[in-house]
Design a protein around this ligand. Structure first.
Ligand code: LLP
Length: 427
C-alpha cells in the first residue's frame, strides 16, 4: 500500500528513501499486501461467488520463486508458457497438478516435460501440437488433461500487439469447421487425451468486457453444435485473462465483478438452456494481480533543456527494465518520492539511459522541479516490466524487493556485471 507522509512516499510503511539506501536504484518494489489484496478480490468476486471456478495466475506478468510461493499459499493455479517458467515453478515446489501450460509453439522438449511432470492442464493450440502430445503420452504411457484453445475471431480494444483473439492471430485453433472439427474429433477420440473443454484469451489491458462477452457467445454456439454432433459436454472452460489496470490518473480500473458477472451469467444461462451442467470456469489474470502492486525507483541523473523544445531528465534505467512505453506507447505516471507534492512544478520528459531515442519512459509529465540525485517513483510497473527486461547495452537487470508490514526483503538480487558474460564461450 502506498502512503505519503511528510511529502515522502512510503510503500507498506517503508520509505522509498530507505529502500534506495538499502538496495540502490533502479529498484522494483512490490507491495506484498497489494498482491494479496488483489487475490482477495478475485476470491471474493469470483472464486467464492461462483463455486467450482478456478484462477490460474499468468506467470508471464512477473515470476520468481517468491511469487510462486505466494500463488501456492493463496491456493491459486499457475499458468506457464515455457520450460523456464515450468522449471522455476517446480523449483519453488509448486504442485504440478495446479499448473496449466499455454503457448502457441510448445517444443518437443517442453511437451515431454509436461507429460513427465504430470502438468495439470495442457492448453492445446493446434493440430501438430496435439499429435506431438499424443505421441509423447503414448511413449510415457500417460494421459494428458487438455483444453483446446480456440481463436474466437473477436477484436479487442487494446494495443494491436496485445490483442490475441482476432481472426488473423498466431494463437488458437481457427473455428472454421473444416479445420476445427478434425482436431476436436482427434482429441475427443484419443486414448491419450482427456479433453475437458476449451480455452480463449482475447487480449490484455482490457478496460471493459465486450470482447470476453463476444468470445463467450461464440464459444457457447460452438459447444451447442459440438454437443448436437458428438454428444460432447465440456467440464471446463478457461476464459483467459486480460483484465485492465490503472496506469495513469485517467484510467479507471474495472472491478473483477464488472468483468465476470455478465460472463458467468451468460455461461450459466447458456448451459441451462442447453440442458448441460455448468462447467468449471477458469480465469488467467496476470497484470491485474501484480501490475499496480509495484513501483520502480530510479535516481535522476542528467538533466537537459532544449530551449523552446523540451526538457529531459534521465534515469538510471529505462527501456531495459520497462520496454512498455517504447513497445506499446504505454503511459505511466510518477512522483518525486522525496517531494511528492510541491509548488514549483514543471513539465519534463523522463528518459532512460539506453542508446536509443525511443527510450522515453514518460513524455511531458508535470513534476516538482527535478535535480540530479532526486528519487523518482514510477507507478504500476509490476506487470510485464521485469519479465520483459533485457540486457541491451549490457545494462544489468534491477533488483526486486517485496514490502509488507513496514519491512522490506530482497526477492531478486540485482544482476551482477559478471553474469553478463557467463554464457560467453572462452575462446
Ligand atoms: N492467458 C493467456 C493465454 C495470455 O496470453 C495472457 C497474456 C494472459 C493469460 C494474461 O493476461 P493479463 O491478465 O496479464 O492481461 N507484454 C504485454 C502483455 C502481453 C500479454 C500476453 N498474454 C504488455 O506488457 O502489455
Amino acid at each position: 500500500m502506498k502512503t505519503v507522509e511528510n511529502n515522502r512516499l512510503f510503500i507498506d510503511g517503508v520509505s522509498c528513501s530507505e529502500l534506495r539506501e538499502s538496495y540502490k536504484t533502479p529498484l522494483i518494489v512490490y507491495s506484498r499486501s497489494d498482491i494479496k489484496k488483489r487475490i482477495g478480490e478475485i476470491k471474493r468476486d469470483f472464486l467464492e461467488k461462483y463455486p467450482g471456478t478456478k484462477c490460474a495466475y499468468a506467470a508471464k506478468a512477473f515470476l520468481c520463486l517468491e511469487m510462486c510461493r505466494i500463488i501456492k499459499e493463496e491456493g491459486l493455479s499457475l499458468d506457464v508458457v515455457s520450460m523456464g517458467e515450468l522449471a522455476l515453478a517446480l523449483k519453488a515446489g509448486f504442485p504440478a497438478e495446479r499448473i496449466e501450460f499455454n503457448g502457441n509453439n510448445k517444443s518437443k522438449e517442453e511437451i515431454s516435460e509436461i507429460v513427465k511432470r504430470d502438468v495439470g492442464r495442457v492448453i492445446v493450440d493446434g493440430t501438430d501440437e496435439l499429435e506431438l502430445l499424443e505421441a509423447e503420452c503414448k511413449r510415457q504411457n500417460k494421459t494428458a488433461s487438455c483444453l483446446l484453445r480456440i481463436s474466437p475471431g473477436v477484436d479487442s480494444h487494446t494495443h494491436r500487439y496485445i490483442t490475441t483473439g482476432h481472426i488473423d492471430s498466431k494463437f488458437g485453433i481457427p473455428l472454421e469447421r473444416k479445420i476445427f472439427n478434425p482436431i476436436f474429433e482427434r482429441a475427443l477420440n484419443s486414448p491419450y487425451i482427456r479433453l475437458l473443454g476449451f480455452h480463449f484469451h482475447v487480449g490484455s489491458q482490457l478496460l471493459e468486457n465486450s470482447s470476453h462477452i463476444k468470445a463467450t457467445v461464440v464459444l457457447l454456439d460452438l459447444i451447442n453444435e459440438l454437443n448436437a454432433k458428438y454428444g460432447f459436454i465440456p467440464k471446463e472452460l478457461n476464459i483467459g485473462g486480460g483484465f485492465g489496470i490503472k496506469y495513469t490518473p485517467k484510467d479507471i480500473r474495472p472491478s473483477y465483478s464488472s468483468f465476470l458477472d455478465a460472463v458467468m451469467k451468460l455461461i450459466t444461462e447458456g448451459f441451462d438452456k442447453m440442458g448441460m451442467a455448468v462447467p468449471s470456469v477458469v480465469i488467467e489474470p496476470g497484470r491485474s494481480i501484480v501490475g499496480e502492486a509495484a513501483v520502480t525507483l530510479y535516481t535522476i541523473g542528467s538533466i537537459k533543456e532544449i530551449p523552446g523544445v523540451r526538457k529531459y531528465a534521465a534515469v538510471d534505467g529505462g527501456m531495459t527494465d520497462n520496454i512498455r512505453p517504447a513497445l506499446y506507447d504505454a503511459l505511466y505516471t510518477a512522483v518525486n518520492a522525496e517531494n511528492v507534492a510541491a509548488e514549483d512544478m514543471e513539465t519534463i520528459t523522463i528518459c532512460g539511459n539506453a542508446c536509443e531515442s525511443g527510450d522515453i519512459l514518460i513524455k511531458d509529465i508535470s513534476l516538482p522541479k527535478l535535480k540530479r540525485g532526486d528519487l523518482l517513483a514510477v507507478f504500476s510497473t509490476g506487470a510485464y516490466c521485469y519479465s520483459m527486461a533485457s540486457n541491451y547495452n549490457m545494462h544489468t537487470k534491477p533488483a526486486v524487493v517485496m514490502t509488507e508490514n513496514a519491512e522490506s526483503r530482497l526477492i531478486i538480487k540485482r544482476q551482477s556485471i559478471e553474469s553478463l558474460w557467463e554464457n560467453d564461450c572462452k575462446l
